[in-house]
Write a protein that binds this ligand. Structure first.
Ligand code: PMP
Length: 478
């Protein structure tokens, strides 16, 4: 039998092998994409826009990079929706997570307790701002916000005085965002998001923070601050008798587009809350765990809240766990015999899940024992300088708002004027896609591009994030 031996040049073989791999990878990716397109409904995502482009299908992550199912690497410029703190797949979390998986994956906090939540709480109460010593756990930012508003409202109802019982209302700031269940929507109502629900939501009393006067009415920062504090005082004087609690996102109103509150304004809210016996409730779901330069942003204004809500970064941003930390005085209001009706009838199946609690314990340990928080000030300065150099002067950038690492880049359709791009021009989405082609993941909020790097991002990676964002803005807007 004749043996026919055909030899291919080695480069041909290599190419063929690569092509075969690539083809099979591409068809595997297409299969995943088609299941996604046919069956998954993505949150806060317009489906028609989603179907318009190939999705980034994340399969792995390492440190600051997301890796898709074809092995491409992308710098995570939004810390996986503002929650990642130490980078992905951090070895200390992996090790602690594996140990915890072997021991206990889930057990309830309703009527039982467990070791990881106790060890996590021991650290948390050491780190909380003064006066907060009682922690109510939940599983998402929204459900912790709901816990906070219910604790405040119910606490007043459980007091014996008739004056306390008329405190049935909440207040919050215009443009705030506090989550997506109907209670949370009531304090964070935005017409654009929630208009269709207007008759189903109990809306809180809304007060205008300084940026509304500055951005919308053209007042200077000093005038805007004075005006907003005067309005705040009028509001408290006329409404305090019926007010149970006042919600505020400290320092940064995040999801509304990164609007910065001057510390003096927050201090005024705290002062009036104290004077008129209204609970001060700070929502640190977005601002907590170092992005502001402090562990909690309320420390920048020396606030001593009655309730502090946290989520996202509590577990280092890896697993769902959240909390409403309260004063002992609030907790005391819910004590009594079962017949007294003082029990707090609120809680979720996965509230304080052990695996998530173990991650939270590791996260807090790193904050306590490493120089992460101490190093952040110089990182914030470096990041600010990069933004000043590369972004602030771009012709289609109206203004950049930044507190710590939290950054919003407001775009304008008409350089030199304040004119948002029309929504159907999808400018934010186009900028996001342009950045992705250059290996960086960012995400717009309407006319604002958000940068929210993880606390542990290196200066070199911050430079890539800012340079690519600048290039993407320039490419799309001009
Ligand atoms: N409060 C604030 C200030 C937030 O930014 C968010 C989410 N971005 C929430 C509450 C809701 O958190 P979650 O998405 O975990 O429910």
């Amino acid at each position: 039998m004749a043996i026919i031996c055909v030899t291919f040049p080695s480069c041909y073989m290599e190419n063929t092998a690569r092509n075969i791999k690539k083809d099979s990878q591409i068809s595997a990716t297409k299969k995943l994409q088609s299941i996604d397109f046919n069956h998954i409904w993505h949150p806060f995502t317009q489906a028609d826009q989603w179907f318009d482009a190939d999705p980034l299908i994340v399969e792995k992550a390492e440190a600051m990079y997301l890796i898709d199912c074809e092995g491409n690497r992308y710098l995570d410029g939004i810390s996986s929706l503002w929650c990642n703190v130490h980078g992905h797949s951090h070895p200390e979390f992996l090790a602690a997570g594996h140990r915890q998986l072997d021991e206990l994956m889930h057990s309830t906090l309703l009527g039982l307790t467990h070791r990881p939540i106790i060890e996590c709480t021991e650290r948390l109460v050491e780190l909380l701002p003064g006066g907060l010593s009682r922690v109510f756990y939940s599983d998402s930012g929204t459900s912790a916000v709901e816990a906070g508003l219910r604790i405040s409202l119910e606490w007043w109802q459980k007091q014996s005085s008739s004056l306390a019982k008329i405190k049935t209302q909440l207040a919050s700031l215009q443009g705030a965002y506090h989550g997506d269940t109907l209670g949370a929507v009531g304090i964070g109502y935005l017409d654009f998001f929630h208009g269709a629900l207007s008759s189903n939501v109990v809306q809180s009393n809304r007060v205008r923070p300084p940026h509304i006067f500055r951005f919308e009415q053209g007042l200077s920062e000093e005038q805007a601050l004075a005006r907003s504090i005067a309005e705040l005082e009028d509001f408290f004087v006329s409404r305090h008798e019926t007010l149970a609690g006042f919600f505020v996102e400290p320092i940064v109103q995040g999801a509304a587009g990164i609007w910065i509150h001057p510390p003096e304004y927050l201090a005024a809210i705290a002062r009036f809350c104290r004077k008129y016996s209204v609970h001060l409730i700070v929502d640190e779901v977005a601002t907590g765990f170092g992005k502001s330069g402090k562990l909690f942003a309320c420390e920048l204004a020396d606030l001593e809240p009655d309730i502090l809500i946290m989520g996202k970064g509590l577990s280092g941003g890896y697993l769902p766990i959240s909390a409403a930390a309260c004063t002992e005085e609030l907790f005391e209001g819910f004590r009594g015999k079962p017949s007294e009706g003082k029990t707090f009838f609120y809680g979720q199946t996965f509230a304080g899940n052990p695996l998530a609690a173990r991650f939270a314990e590791v996260n807090l340990r790193i904050f306590q024992e490493s120089s992460l928080l101490g190093d952040v000030a110089s990182k914030i300065d470096y990041f600010g300088k990069l933004i000043e150099d590369k972004i602030e002067n771009l012709s289609h950038v109206d203004e950049v708002r930044r507190a710590g690492l939290m950054t919003g880049i407001e775009l304008t359709a008409a350089p030199g004027q304040r004119q948002p791009f029309e929504i159907d021009r999808e400018i934010g989405v186009k900028i996001t896609r342009a950045a992705r082609k250059k290996g960086v993941v960012i995400r717009p909020l309407g006319n604002v591009i958000i940068l929210m790097p993880a606390l542990a991002m290196s200066n070199e990676e911050l430079e890539t994030l800012v340079s690519v964002t600048a290039a993407a803005i320039d490419e799309v807007c001009s």
